[in-house]
Ligand binder design. Structure first.
Ligand code: GAL
Length: 562
């Protein structure tokens, strides 16, 4: 952690760490990492065997891929952490309780492997599980089923003795003691893991899998949101959901594109949890590997970079396609992913065809990406004011080919099916960008100001990308749509109403977005609440309202523009 950041941490109140006003300036100034270690200030990068080899792993394969990271130039570009996933050990501990390396697979042992990687300038990562058994039923670090002593401290010390730099701590088979909820048991276990690593005497990045064991669909349930709320106190990165589809040598051509879109789908709404030392992990990069086309490979790299996701390859590095390798090794894209401000990008607009994302960057630039979900080539056009850059021009660099152009009103281009365009915009002639785009809530639906159910009504609707879903966050804490302010109205409803001038701001027009996702109306302290989905498709959409704030209610969690 840079000294400036470390020095500023003790002065922050808990409230300041967890809440931020809608002001973009306030957001940018706050270090949002909750970890107390200086680890992983940018998203980790590297390689892991799982999505290509699963349990069919050995020393020769790890070494060959590590060598290929170096010879391909990827290691020098930052892909430096080589992680051995599940199935590296024998099925039982030794008489002293230590984990035993499977020396048929790893004849020189793990200390040797660590030395080999370190000699190449790489880092060493290893897999373990916070439950009683790993997902493939090797000995886990956690308490046995039925209760008893765990092995967190001794396993952490064993890893430290092998000079491990990164631990992927999975969450299969975790014992839930009587009297605890599953969520409490995971919290206790991951806190203990983090403590054991901290006290091991060696800095080891912790990749925690806890949230993945609570995922229910794209918007998740209350427990998932609770876990996302605390997991950053334990790990520097965390898996929130489903695995990326693994390579199957029996069906090498099987498409894995829908798996990429699925993981992108759940990760895109969680940007509020990300920041230096705290990263959402939508799982491995399989770009350039069997199952993705060149365009799809580019899209995965681009979307992961927009979301400040860990860049962890899981493929056979020497067999990557040349186009996949070019996308993964694109230094402009890597720089985007690794931007030191560490703010995850957000979705500006989405519909069945296009998805537009923006991401504010440390030097004041903004990245913009357009995903073409359709299978055919399309013309694209992104007006600058729709991405928060009103009244300015921008120098736009196409991050794929490095070309630059001056844009005065809109980014335009042609985009192949399943491909993603990415630009880095340096705005000229305007103040800081105003975060603009969708406000997304329960069911990944959009807050919509269409006048369907009454003057000023705000309802939830399928996201369309249309202007009645284009909100702007202003630094006076207002949330505006087409010039009107989201306001507390009668009968607990919210509505769009004239914005009072800032000095005598009408009560009910100022909002605070909390880290857990709640959008709190400041006057009443009540939370913006999404209505239940309509029972039938043609039932009139129910309106958004203010209700008492609950504990991680999914209908009170909101993803906002950045
Ligand atoms: C899963 C995890 C995978 C891999 C596997 C090993 O739970 O998501 O990435 O680690 O376990 O058994």
């Amino acid at each position: 952690m840079p000294p400036r950041l470390r020095a500023s941490l003790p002065c922050l109140t808990a409230a300041a760490l967890f809440a931020f006003a809608l002001s973009p300036a306030a957001v940018a100034a706050e270090p949002r990492a909750t970890s107390d270690t200086p680890l992983a200030l940018t998203p980790p990068m590297g390689w892991n065997n799982w999505a290509h080899y699963m349990c069919d792993i050995d020393e020769a394969k790890v070494v060959a891929n590590a060598d290929a990271l170096v010879s391909s130039g990827l290691a020098a570009k930052g892909y430096d952490t080589v992680t051995v996933d599940d199935c590296w050990m024998t099925k039982s501990r030794d008489a002293q309780g230590a984990l035993v390396v499977d020396t048929v697979k790893f004849p020189h042992g793990m200390a040797w492997l660590g030395d080999y990687l370190h000699d190449k300038g790489l880092k060493f990562g290893i897999y373990q599980d916070a439950g009683s058994l790993t997902c493939e039923k090797y000995p886990g670090s956690g308490a046995p089923q039925g209760g008893g002593a765990d092995h967190y401290a001794e396993d952490a010390r064993q890893f430290a003795s092998w000079n491990v730099d990164y631990v992927k701590m999975d969450g299969c088979n975790l014992w839930v003691p009587a009297g605890q909820t599953k969520e409490q048991a995971y919290r206790g276990a991951y806190n203990a893991v983090a403590k054991a690593l901290r006290e091991s005497g060696r800095d080891m990045v912790l990749s925690a899998s806890a949230p993945a064991y609570f995922q229910q669909g794209e918007w998740g349930g209350s427990d998932w949101h609770k876990v996302l709320g605390w997991v950053g106190e334990t790990g520097q990165l965390w898996r929130e959901g489903k695995d990326i589809k693994v390579y199957n040598p029996a069906t090498p051509a099987a498409s894995r594109w829908s798996s990429v879109l699925g993981n992108y789908g759940y990760n895109r709404w969680l940007g509020r949890y990300a920041g230096p030392g705290n990263w959402n992990d939508p799982d491995f990069l399989i770009a350039g590997a069997p199952g993705l086309t060149a365009a799809e490979s580019r899209s995965q790299v681009a979307l992961w970079a927009m979301m400040a996701s860990p860049f962890i390859l899981s493929s056979e590095v020497s067999e990557l396609t040349s186009q996949g390798l070019a996308a993964l090794g694109n230094t402009r894209m890597i720089e985007l992913d690794q931007d030191p401000m560490g703010r995850q990008g957000a979705v500006v607009s989405s519909n069945a065809t296009f998805e537009i994302l923006t991401r504010p960057l440390a030097n004041g630039d903004r990245a913009v990406a357009v995903l073409n979900r359709s299978a055919t080539t399309r013309d694209i056009r992104v007006p600058l004011d729709e991405i928060g850059l009103s009244d300015c021009t921008a120098d736009a660099q196409d991050l794929w080919n490095g070309s630059r152009r001056e844009v005065s009103d809109a980014l335009t281009g042609r985009l192949a099916g399943h491909d993603t365009a990415v630009w880095r915009l340096s705005p000229r002639g305007c103040a800081e960008a105003a975060p603009t785009g969708q406000v997304v809530g329960d069911g990944a639906r959009c807050a919509d100001g269409a006048n369907t159910t009454g003057l000023g009504a705000v309802v939830m609707a399928t996201c369309t990308g249309a202007p009645d879903q284009r909100w702007t966050l202003r630094d006076d804490a207002s949330l505006r749509l087409a010039g009107d302010c989201l306001s507390a109205g009668d009968d607990g409803l919210v509505e769009l109403a004239d914005c009072a001038p800032p000095r005598d701001r009408r009560p009910g027009q100022s909002w605070t977005h909390l880290r857990g996702g709640a959008l709190v109306e400041r006057e009443s302290g009540m939370c913006l609440t999404a209505p239940a989905a309509a029972a039938t498709p043609d039932a009139p959409a129910a309106r958004l309202r203010l209700t008492a704030c609950g504990d991680h209610r999914v209908d009170q969690a909101w993803a906002l523009p950045v």
